[in-house]
Design a protein around this ligand. Structure first.
Ligand SMILES: Cc1cc2nc3c(=O)[nH]c(=O)nc-3n(C[C@H](O)[C@H](O)[C@H](O)COP(=O)(O)OP(=O)(O)OC[C@H]3O[C@@H](n4cnc5c(N)ncnc54)[C@H](O)[C@@H]3O)c2cc1C
Length: 734
């Protein structure tokens, strides 16, 4: 049963827990303000529970520790030092917070208020500050970069009665805002709290909505800290039994597996962690499609349009091994037929950008991949790709309707596999957003959780470093971990992450700089006409340095750079030149709009008089390093002499960071041609399958970029999804 409790009430439990650290003194006899001791409280921040632990003497707060480790690195964790300083300098719980880190600050304030209350011996109270009726218009930075998010919050009879977002640009990138709007707003109103969980898969939009409500509460005379009530989680367990196939993750490969299993007559249950189905797959442009019958008919008079044997041989050559030749064979020769299966049975359509497109790397493959039809009337194209969510929704609902026992749930996060006493996989355990545990039992399980981009530990373990992310960070390697728990093994987890886009690592989403100023910062990062160094201070990439691929004109292969980033190098005189003479031809044409930072660049030769302001903002956001070669070597923790091979003058330098932004990881579980997860000895786990980015390593190789023809990743979702769904259904029926 759900029950709302106030933060303060909840925290009284915490107080009890740490009462043994309280020093007992006769405070009544003295004029003590506080009971000396250590007190702890937590409150919901942007993406985690933020904890404040404070030590009080009888007269004041003496020291404080903040645990903000679950918050985003920037701005959340970056605000820690300043927040600690504010707390130590304040006389009570009233601190300003750090601009840009509003949600983390607000949670810290709420928890701080509670530790003060505990130390003062105040009664836990359910009362909240009263609000003045009215409609309050507020603005907050969010995911979209074209405008901030603006909303009207109506307070009626002292309660939050309506939240209407009137302007936002998050929707330009995809479905995230609409998911947050649909799910979060009613929950805030129902619970009268901004302490409710952000919607999984839409955390930035959720955070902006909560921020807007927080500002409105403040303007209405309330204290937002009083409105961070947490909803008590359910402790119920629900069992669901009798499914033929369970699909974990309803992005592209999961939905396609679901459809194939349903088409083969199976009853299927789908588990999706995010508030909306689709995962990365609904942001993609499209899949490789070799000689699909439908596309042949539509675009090539029924004739083959590409030599599939050539693709197969090139692929084997690229991975440098025949170890997985049978799987790569399926990936190549089924890529057209898998597409046809879904076009014919589940209404998928591909005709965006005019049909069939040429490969990125093999010029002879002039018709190699295709692009989804964009939204319903084929008019809307999004910054991250055409939104074809409706195609996946349509397919999933059509598949679900094929068997009355089939179903799926969103906001349900799979946590582990279930086993019988002999160690056979029998189902999946998952947690619903309200805390309810689900145990779902079925004959086969298909893992389709989209790789491990969102799991920092796995990124460090398999790839040696984290990376900036465009792809879904809900994808935390759950499928891979579940496969391992069943005795499965991995394949090519060291395949480099998918990176096609470069940008500064820390986007400036506030209006500290104008969009055009942000564009200049981005241009300085992504331009290819200046010297570059790696994070280790070694020369990198461009025409003046090593590693240039002059033939292709690709000067920097950022996926191969240590930590997936490098620095472009400007001396003080280079910056002075930009100030008076403007950007170079190459810089003025740099691609700066991707990911979300940047307006329009000035023409080459137009003086950039505000270059210092731009670079200073870059320094604040850790996008720019400034100093002498010695100072920069110390910041990078690298050898100064190595750095001086590039930073040759005795002057101040500006190093602008250019980071690769990744779509997702590639390596995952080892699978055979049936998509069965393999054990280390090469034998299959018969009723466990892995698809999409949970098994894409089998088409790739450690230490190299993923197969770069064009659309290969999406194609694998189609091929692996069709195979796994069909095989899992067959297994259940036999
Ligand atoms: C912006 C962008 C553009 C791209 N463009 C292209 C392109 O044009 N061509 C191409 O080939 N590839 C492209 N890619 C890559 C491609 O999208 C992916 O390779 C592909 O979508 C992977 O599909 P998937 O099913 O493995 O993962 P996803 O589609 O991401 O699905 C994984 C799903 O699992 C869910 N999930 C994760 N953990 C859990 C859990 N514990 N419990 C329940 N559910 C969970 C996630 O919420 C998600 O819905 C692009 C990627 C991005 C981000």
């Amino acid at each position: 049963m759900k029950k709302a409790v106030t933060l303060l009430a909840a925290l009284s439990l915490t107080l009890t827990a740490c009462s043994n650290t309280t020093t007992t003194t006769d405070s009544a006899a003295t004029d003590a303000k506080y009971t000396a001791g250590t007190y702890t409280a937590s409150a919901k921040g942007h993406s985690s529970d933020v904890t404040v632990t404070a030590e009080f003497s009888e007269s004041k707060l003496e020291s404080v520790e903040l645990d903000v480790s679950g918050e985003t690195e920037n701005p959340g964790q970056a605000a820690k030092e300043e927040l600690v300083e504010q707390i130590l300098n304040a006389e009570d719980s009233n601190i300003d917070g750090v601009s840009g880190a509003t949600e983390t600050s607000s949670a810290v304030k709420a928890a701080l208020k509670s530790v003060y209350a505990q130390a003062s011996g105040e009664e836990a109270s359910e009362s909240t500050s009263s609000l003045t009726d009215g409609t309050y218009t507020e603005t907050a930075a969010s995911f979209g970069f074209m405008t901030n998010m603006t909303g009207d919050v109506t307070i009626k009879d002292g309660k939050i009665s309506d939240i209407t977002i009137t302007e936002e640009s998050d929707s330009l990138t995809g479905q995230w805002f609409s998911t947050a709007e649909k799910l979060l707003i009613p929950r805030i109103i129902e619970s009268q709290s901004i302490g409710v969980d952000s919607v999984t898969g839409a955390t930035t939009s959720s955070g902006a909505i909560k921020n807007i409500v927080s500002q409105a509460i403040e303007e209405a005379g309330g204290d937002p800290a009083d409105y961070r009530t947490e909803t008590e989680k359910s402790t119920e367990t629900v069992k669901k039994e009798g499914y033929d196939v369970i699909v974990v993750g309803l992005g592209g490969s999961g939905i396609l597996s679901y459809c194939a299993a349903a088409q083969a007559g199976a009853s299927v249950f789908g588990i999706e962690a995010a508030g909306e189905i689709g995962g990365n797959s609904i942001s993609t442009y499209g899949p490789m499609a070799l000689n699909s019958e439908n596309l042949k008919e539509k675009y090539n008079n029924g004739e083959d349009y590409i030599n599939a044997d050539d693709v197969y041989n090139t692929w084997i050559e690229y991975v440098g091994s025949e170890e997985k030749a049978d799987v790569i064979h399926e990936a190549v020769y089924n890529s057209g037929s898998a597409l046809d299966f879904y076009m014919d049975n589940f209404d998928f359509s591909f005709d965006g950008l005019g049909g069939l497109l040429g490969s990125f790397v093999v010029p002879e493959w002039t018709q190699e991949w295709t692009v989804y039809t964009a939204d319903e009337d084929n008019t809307k194209w999004y910054v991250l790709g055409p939104d074809h969510l409706y195609q996946y929704q349509n397919a999933l609902n059509k598949a679900k309707a094929m068997n009355e026992n089939s179903d799926y749930m969103t906001e349900l996060t799979a946590t582990e596999l279930l086993f019988d006493e002999d160690g056979n996989v029998t189902g999946v355990k998952a947690e619903y957003y309200d805390g309810t545990t689900y145990e779902i039992y079925g004959k086969s399980v298909i893992l389709a959780t989209g790789g491990f981009l969102g799991n920092d530990e796995m990124m460090e373990e398999y790839l040696g470093s984290t990376v900036s992310t465009i792809g879904d960070t809900v994808n935390k390697g759950a499928g891979i971990q579940m496969g391992l728990s069943a005795g499965g093994t991995t394949y090519a987890t060291g395949t480099l992450p998918m990176i096609h886009i470069s940008q500064v690592p820390n986007l400036i989403r506030t209006d500290e700089l104008t969009a055009d100023q942000k564009a200049i910062l981005s241009a300085l990062a992504v331009t290819t006409d200046v010297p570059m160094v790696t994070v280790n201070g070694e020369p990198w990439g461009n025409a003046n340095q090593s590693g240039t691929d002059e033939e292709s004109g690709i000067t920097v292969e950022i996926a191969y750079a240590p930590e997936y980033k490098y620095y472009t190098v400007y001396s003080a005189s280079d910056i002075e030149k930009i100030k008076t003479e403007g950007l170079s031809e190459t810089q003025s044409k740099a691609e700066v709009a991707f990911v979300g930072q940047g307006g329009t660049l000035p023409a080459a030769g137009t003086a950039v008089s505000d270059i210092e302001e731009i670079l200073n903002a870059g320094v604040t956001y850790d996008d720019v390093l400034v100093g002498t070669p010695e100072e920069i070597a110390s910041k990078l923790n690298c050898d100064v002499n190595t750095l001086k091979e590039t930073l040759t003058e005795d002057t101040t330098y500006y190093l602008v960071c250019c980071a690769g932004w990744s779509y997702g990881t590639v390596g995952g579980l080892d699978v055979d041609v049936n998509m069965n997860v393999l054990k280390e000895d090469g034998t299959p786990i018969e009723n466990l399958f892995a698809v999409g980015q949970d098994s894409e390593g089998v088409c790739n190789t450690d230490g190299e970029a993923y197969t770069p023809w064009g659309g290969q990743a999406q194609s694998w979702t189609f091929v692996s999804g069709q195979t796994a769904g069909t095989k899992a259904a067959e297994l259940a029926q036999n």
